[in-house]
Design a protein around this ligand. Structure first.
Ligand code: UDX
Length: 452
C-alpha cells in the first residue's frame, strides 16, 4: 500500500462549476483529498472564481475565455450552462495538456480529473487526454432520481405540470407531487438537454456524492443498482473536510457576536442562498412577518436578491424602528457558523442542497420555501420524509409567515421537528467517525484513486 507521504506527486485536477452552491462542495472535497496527501489543482472559470488565499497549498488554474460577459447577465440558466460547457472544453483540454507536459519533467502525474457534473465538458476533455475521471454530484440523490425520470414524465404529459401548485402525486416518483418537480422557467427542453448531459457519465470511474447514508441510503441503493461504476456517499462534505473558507462573498462575522447575546434556540435565521431572489412585495411581507413574529431573527439579504434594488433600500418604512435590536440584517452570513450557534433554533431556507445538509448537520429544523429546480425536491424530503421542516406555501403573506415562525420556534410541532433534526445530527456525527458510512466511503475512494 502506498504511504500517505508518497501521494504528493499524484495530482488531482478538480473542475469547479462557477456558482457558490457548487464551489463550496468542490473546495470541501479538495480539502478532504489534500488532507489524504494528494496535490490539488482547482480548474475554475474567471468569473465567480474561488479565492486562492484561503488555500495556500492548492494550485489554482483559471480556464481562459470560457463565457462572454453578456451571457452571464442573461439569467438564462440553460443557455449559460450549455455555452459554458461548449466554450470550456477546448481550453480545459489545453490546460490538461500543459500540466501533463510539465509533469514529464517533475515525476508527478495527474491521477484523476474530478469534475462537477454541471461541468460535463471536463469528462470529454479528460477522456480526450486519456485521463481517469470521476463525477461529483452536488445535489441530492432524490434529485438525481427525478432528473432521470424527466424524459419519461415529459412524454407522458406530467412534466412540466399543467398546474404548478398541484398536490397530485407524480406516478412512479413517490414522495413527489406535481408541485415538487424540479421546475424552471420557460421552455423545459434546453434545461432538459443540460440535465441529460449531466446524467450521461458513462466513461467516469466513479460517482462521488455530497450526501450521507442516514438520509439517502435507500435511494442510493436504488441508484447504485442502475449505475455501472462505484458510487460514494461522502458527505456532508463541509463536515468531513478540514474547515476551509469557501464563500465567494465576504462574510459578515460580527453577527456571531449578536448571536452570542441571544437565548438558546431563540433565533430564526433566514437566507435564500446564492441565486434565488424575491420581488418588492415579497420582501415587505417577509420583513413584517419576521418583525411581527416577535422572534429574534438574523436575515441574510444578498445584494441584488431583491429585484429592482441594490440591497435593502426597499425595506418598508417603520421596519427598522419596529424591530430595534431583535433582528439583524446582513449581506452574507457565515452560514455554517450561524447554524452551529447555540442561539439559532430555526432556519427559513430556500432548500438548496448545501443549506439543507448544513442545517440538518446542526440539528436545526426548517421553514421550507423552495424557489426552483432541486429546491422543490429537497423541500419535499425535508417536510414529508425526514420531517424536519414545515412548508411555507402560496404567495408570501405576513400573517402566514408570522404563524410559520411561531409554529417552528415555539410550537409543539417545531419541538418535535427539532428532536428529529437533533437525531439526524447525531447520526451524521457517527457517519463521519471511523467505521461510519461516509468515513468508510472516503477510505474506499482514496484507495480507488491510488489504484487508477
Ligand atoms: C444552488 C442551487 O440553488 C441549489 O438548489 C443547489 O442544490 C446547489 O446550487 P444555492 O441556491 O446557492 O445553490 O443554495 P445552497 O446549495 O444552499 O448553497 C448556498 C451556500 O451559500 C451554502 O453553502 C451556504 O452556507 C452559503 N451561504 C448562503 C453563506 O455562506 N452565507 C449566506 O448568507 C447565504
Amino acid at each position: 500500500m502506498e504511504e500517505r507521504g508518497q501521494r504528493s506527486n499524484r495530482r488531482l485536477v478538480l473542475v469547479a462549476c462557477p456558482y457558490q452552491g457548487h464551489i463550496t462542495p468542490m473546495l470541501n472535497l479538495a480539502s478532504l483529498l489534500h488532507s489524504k496527501g494528494f496535490s490539488i489543482v482547482i480548474a475554475h472559470t474567471q468569473f465567480n472564481h474561488p479565492h486562492p488565499s484561503g488555500f495556500p497549498n492548492f494550485t489554482f488554474a483559471p480556464i481562459p475565455n470560457c463565457l462572454p460577459k453578456d451571457f452571464l447577465s442573461s439569467g438564462d440558466a440553460a443557455a449559460i450552462f450549455a455555452s459554458l460547457n461548449t466554450n470550456c472544453e477546448g481550453p480545459l483540454r489545453q490546460l490538461l495538456s500543459d500540466m501533463m507536459a510539465q509533469d514529464e519533467a517533475t515525476e508527478s502525474k495527474i491521477s484523476c480529473v474530478i469534475y462537477d457534473t454541471l461541468m460535463y465538458c471536463a469528462d470529454a476533455a479528460a477522456h480526450y487526454m486519456k485521463l481517469p475521471r470521476m463525477a461529483l454530484r452536488t445535489s441530492s440523490i432524490g434529485t438525481q432520481l427525478i432528473f432521470s425520470e424527466l424524459p419519461w414524465l415529459r412524454r407522458e404529459g406530467y412534466f412540466p405540470p399543467k398546474d404548478h401548485s398541484s398536490k397530485d402525486p407524480v406516478p412512479g416518483a413517490y414522495p413527489l407531487r406535481c408541485k415538487d418537480l424540479p421546475l424552471f422557467n420557460g421552455d423545459p427542453e434546453p434545461m432538459m438537454r443540460v440535465i441529460a448531459m449531466m446524467l450521461d457519465i458513462k466513461t467516469s470511474s466513479a460517482i462521488l456524492w455530497n450526501t450521507v447514508d442516514c438520509l439517502e441510503k435507500q435511494l442510493s441503493d436504488q441508484v447504485q443498482k442502475k449505475c455501472h461504476v462505484p458510487f460514494f456517499s461522502l458527505g456532508p462534505l463541509h463536515k468531513v473536510a478540514p474547515a476551509s473558507p469557501t464563500s465567494i462573498l465576504e462574510e459578515e462575522t460580527d453577527c456571531l457576536l449578536w448571536l452570542d447575546k441571544q437565548a438558546n434556540n431563540s433565533v430564526i435565521y433566514v437566507s435564500l442562498g446564492s441565486l434565488a431572489s424575491m420581488d418588492e412585495r415579497e420582501f415587505a411581507e417577509t420583513a413584517w412577518g419576521l418583525a411581527n413574529s416577535g422572534q429574534p431573527f438574523l436575515w441574510a439579504v444578498r445584494p441584488g436578491s431583491v429585484r429592482g434594488s441594490e440591497w435593502i433600500e426597499l425595506l418598508p418604512e417603520g421596519f427598522k424602528e419596529a424591530i430595534g435590536d431583535t433582528g439583524r440584517v446582513v449581506r452574507w452570513a457565515p452560514q455554517k457558523d450561524v447554524l452551529a450557534h447555540r442561539a439559532v433554533g430555526g432556519f427559513w431556507t430556500h432548500c438548496g442542497w448545501n443549506s439543507t445538509l448544513e442545517s440538518i448537520s446542526e440539528g436545526v429544523p426548517m421553514i421550507c420555501r423552495p424557489c426552483f429546480m432541486d429546491q422543490n425536491v429537497n423541500a419535499r424530503y425535508l417536510c414529508h420524509v425526514w420531517r424536519v421542516g414545515l412548508e411555507l406555501e402560496g404567495d408570501l403573506d405576513q400573517k402566514e409567515i408570522e404563524q410559520a415562525v411561531r409554529r417552528l420556534m415555539a410550537g409543539e410541532e417545531g419541538k418535535e421537528m427539532r428532536l428529529r433534526a437533533a437525531a439526524f445530527k447525531d447520526q451524521i456525527e457517527l457517519s463521519i467517525k471511523k467505521s461510519g458510512s461516509s468515513h468508510t466511503a472516503i477510505e474506499e475512494l482514496v484507495n480507488l484513486i491510488i489504484s487508477l
